[in-house]
Design a protein around this ligand. Structure first.
Ligand SMILES: [Zn+2]
Length: 145
């Protein structure tokens, strides 16, 4: 489980593990901004977003979007397979890695095992498998949900 860290001005920064977030709360460098309503650690609600107490100047928060990750692709696509709409457990490269496709938001979609294997080292057109949507770079806000 991951927790989104936001700056003192509410600008999203990055995601950390729950354990790391709790350490930030204990050290009082951050406060709970949003929490699970029904999950507790001890007597405290489990945070989903923590806010830094002091503003931190960063350069990279002005980048276009969050860095690519497999977990991020699954979150962006709501764990729905881009080809069949089923439960996605893997990430499919639209242009396969074996053919130069990269780990980017625009080249990856969530996929179930079956579709991923069926597509193999082919493009969607070659495989006759049309994605249900166009992959896009997610906003920070969408990943925070
Ligand atoms: Zn599928």
């Amino acid at each position: 489980m991951e927790v989104l860290v936001i700056n003192a001005d509410l600008g999203p920064l990055h995601r950390v593990s729950l354990r790391h977030a709790v350490r930030m709360l204990v050290r009082r460098v951050a406060e709970v901004h949003e929490a699970h309503p029904d999950r507790l650690i001890g007597i405290y609600p489990v945070p989903t977003v923590v806010r830094l107490v002091r503003y931190v100047v960063t350069k990279w928060r002005y980048t276009a979007g969050p860095a690519w990750s497999r977990a991020g692709v699954l979150a962006r696509d709501g764990r729905r397979c881009a080809y069949c709409g089923g439960l996605a457990t893997t990430v499919d490269h639209v242009v396969p890695r074996s053919r130069g496709g990269r780990n980017t938001w625009l080249n990856t979609v969530a996929a179930c095992d079956g579709c991923n294997q069926r597509k193999g080292d082919r493009t969607p057109a070659e495989a006759g498998m049309r994605p249900l949507y166009e992959p896009a770079t997610p906003s920070w806000a969408s990943l925070a949900r």
